[in-house]
Design a protein around this ligand. Structure first.
Ligand SMILES: *Cc1c(COP(=O)(O)O)cnc(C)c1O
Length: 379
């Protein structure tokens, strides 16, 4: 039985809507993008959503809207993908890492305040694997120090914190629709915010910093004339990807139910093995279950790479989320980090294996994955 790490799930209706765009004569940002933005804002319960061509672009434009300056600091964690910190580096500003909590691998909110100083401008909490961070505490800290909260919600379509959807919690929230995320547009991203002037700024920055009238050129009211009001970027999405996004958003809740079911199957089968730490939802949290990252503990920790190799030999694809940023050459060299500088992140990474989770993965496949994993561990 061959098990891929991920498989996108695109239905027939979505295929047809893409064909419709292809035949419409309008391929770039247009009415489909507007419709997807409107539906997405409704879905996460906020007023504004701005689509861009990647999750990285979403994060970058939030930093640009903040007018981040060289030497400024932005607090985040090392337990994330390259994008979260690189968007800070773009401005010659400094990503300041705070170690993660042992249970969720999210930012340890208790350690944030000790890293805040006069140069701190923003916090980027990463909702790792789709499990929301302790947002009440983080928002309080941000209020106290007048900082912008930009959530990295790449794993969160959808996730809920105390009954509220991620996307309506912080000042702005960045989603990714990369090929293997909860919902996909091939490549794509979204910024959501309750702040309409921030949304306007990001909408202009995603298209060369053009004035509002020019940004609306694709609408009937638009004119040929444009003014460049800021140094912007070329991050606007296509209507082709927006059409895929609309189809995926319709399925987002049923995808979510399937991922929850898969997480429950893994939990049932793995929870009694003391050497394996499995992810659990904290109270008041409804995770997206984008990923199911298990951690080999104690004696087993050192065997992680061998276990992955053996699973691959048995045609079971797994992954590792993430190799912490401070262990990567660029950050280690630039900031002279040692692995033990962020001990929780470092320790978690050593034993971590991400198991497959995606709609369509059935209980027999989960049985097969778990059976092989246990067999390998007993060897
Ligand atoms: C995927 C991902 C991103 C970047 O999204 P892209 O759409 O690939 O640019 C950012 N942060 C995290 C945590 C991610 O997993």
């Amino acid at each position: 039985m061959k098990i891929p790490f991920f498989q996108p799930c695109i239905d027939g209706e979505t295929e047809l809507s893409v064909l419709e765009v292809l035949r419409s004569g309008w391929l770039t940002t247009g009415s489909k993008t507007l419709e997807f933005e409107k539906k997405f804002a409704e879905y996460v319960g906020t007023d504004n959503a701005v689509m861009v061509n990647s999750g990285t672009a979403a994060l970058h434009l939030c930093m640009a809207a903040l007018d981040l300056q060289p030497g400024d600091e932005v607090i985040t964690t090392p337990y994330t993908f390259a994008a979260t910190a690189e968007v800070v580096e773009y401005f010659n500003a400094k990503p300041v890492f705070v170690d993660v909590r042992k249970d969720t691998l999210n930012i340890n909110e208790k350690s944030i305040e000790e890293r805040i100083n006069s140069r701190t401008r923003a916090i980027i909490p990463v909702h790792f694997a789709g499990h929301p961070c302790e947002m009440n505490t983080i928002m309080e800290i941000a209020d106290r120090h007048n900082l912008l909260i930009v959530e990295d919600a790449a794993h969160c379509t959808p996730a809920y914190y105390q009954g509220r959807p991620v996307g309506s919690l912080g000042h702005c929230t960045c989603f990714s629709f990369y090929a293997n995320k909860c919902i996909t547009t091939g490549e794509g991203g979204m910024v959501t915010t309750a702040d309409s002037s921030l949304a306007d700024k990001i909408r202009s920055l995603r298209l060369h910093g053009l004035s509002k009238d020019a940004v609306n050129r694709y609408q009937k009211s638009g004119s040929w004339e444009y003014d460049i009001i800021a140094r912007g970027y070329k991050y606007n999405p296509t209507d082709i990807s927006a059409a895929i996004g609309l189809g995926q958003l319709k399925q987002a809740d049923s995808f979510h139910r399937e991922r929850k079911k898969i997480a429950a199957w893994y939990t049932e089968r793995l929870q009694d093995i003391p050497e394996i730490h499995i992810p659990k939802e904290a109270g008041g949290v409804d995770s997206s279950w984008h990923l199911f990252p298990i951690r080999l503990c104690g004696q087993l920790q050192g065997r992680r790479n061998g276990v992955i190799d053996e699973l691959r030999k048995r045609e079971i694809s797994v992954s590792v989320h993430f190799k912490p940023l401070h262990l990567h050459s660029y950050y280690a060299d630039k900031y002279a980090y040692r692995p033990e500088d962020f001990p929780v992140a470092n320790e978690a990474y050593q034993g971590l294996i991400t198991l497959p989770v995606y709609p369509g993965l059935n209980d027999k496949q989960v049985d097969f994955i778990v059976k092989n994993l246990i067999e390998i561990l007993h060897e």
